[in-house]
Design a protein around this ligand. Sequence first.
Ligand SMILES: NC(=O)c1ccc[n+]([C@@H]2O[C@H](COP(=O)([O-])OP(=O)(O)OC[C@H]3O[C@@H](n4cnc5c(N)ncnc54)[C@H](OP(=O)(O)O)[C@@H]3O)[C@@H](O)[C@H]2O)c1
Length: 360
Amino acid sequence: MTIVANRAVTFVNNKSLPVISSQEIDLDTCYGDNEIVVKVHAAALNPIDWLMYQLAFSWFAGSEKKTFSRDYSGEIVKVGSSVENFEIGDKVVGLFEHILGPQGSLSDYLVFNPTKQCALTKMPACNDPKYSDYVLNAAWPLVFGTAYKILFGYGQKLGPGSKILVIGASTSVSNALVQIAKNYLNVETVVGICSKKSFEYNKALGYDHLVAYDEDNTVEKVVGLVKDKFENGKFDLVFDSVGNSDFFPRIHDVLKSRNEGSYYLTIAGDHKIKYANLSLWSILQPSWEMLKRYGPFRKYNYAYVLLNKNPKAMALGAQLIAEKKYKPAIDSVYEFGDYADAFKTLCSYQVKGKVVVKID
Ligand SMILES: NC(=O)c1ccc[n+]([C@@H]2O[C@H](COP(=O)([O-])OP(=O)(O)OC[C@H]3O[C@@H](n4cnc5c(N)ncnc54)[C@H](OP(=O)(O)O)[C@@H]3O)[C@@H](O)[C@H]2O)c1
């Protein structure tokens, strides 16, 4: 028997404060033939983690303990007899998908079937002077996977002749997206909308033009770029990562027509969600704009994108990190015991990169 403590940050419903709880597991018997056991070294927080917690209303959440987080990096410590391609000692990075599940990456161990939780790969070396490979690797699976789906998931052929508008240039998903677009797809023009103070940060990532949302006439400035600078060359993709509706009245001035394969893709809906103080209404709020997106009324190609686990995205992320074409962004790193401060930082919605929690 190899009994170890498996600590995890858990909660029961949105009225119970998250706490560290511990459960003993026997590392020799806790896994099946087709499962592996990963000793987690670092986990990253994402807005979805706090969102799920806030949505765990007592009338449906039940009384079981639920866990946080999806992104992890760690080392395989046990491998079932039927598992192929992974060995004890492999360092891995992945996205552990669950909704209010009993296992989440903010814990010491994850036990799972790698063909079902298939968004994992061997950890690429980052060779960063500031952060360990575990910390940097925990910081990318979810945001890179989301950016991957935006760029490749809708049949678009984005490349050297393309133009992309990113609403929310500073978000972690956009951070991954601009690096893939510029360093891998060689997209000609990526325009970003961010706060004035984030211009320098975002310029260094590869954005060709930046427009401030905290100054006047943001939409007009983008329309002006299209007309004058790009000589009426409209965008192939408008990507919204914050929940914005400002561009809908001028959509045909910025986005190419829908039969040219253009898309308006959002991962945050039409309204910015307040994570610190969430209501169901703030998520489900309908709008007139919806009528222009579906059925015979459809005026432009639109999708509300939801991430799904994708081994291809993981493989590309690891490849680009190894080739130094993609660097995950870190906002801050916390010790496991300081998880509450880590969530506070996440909910500020002013982070630049991922909030990572070290587990060891
Ligand atoms: N649908 C999905 O599958 C999926 C997947 C991943 C994430 N998401 C959602 O996508 C959103 C972004 O997630 P994330 O983790 O990438 O975000 P994040 O890293 O937490 O974004 C923080 C950044 O947002 C920027 N920002 C804040 N308010 C803004 C505004 N009004 N306009 C433009 N930028 C603003 C800030 O930079 P400035 O200095 O520029 O203000 C800040 O640095 C969240 O709502 C998240 O829940 C959805």
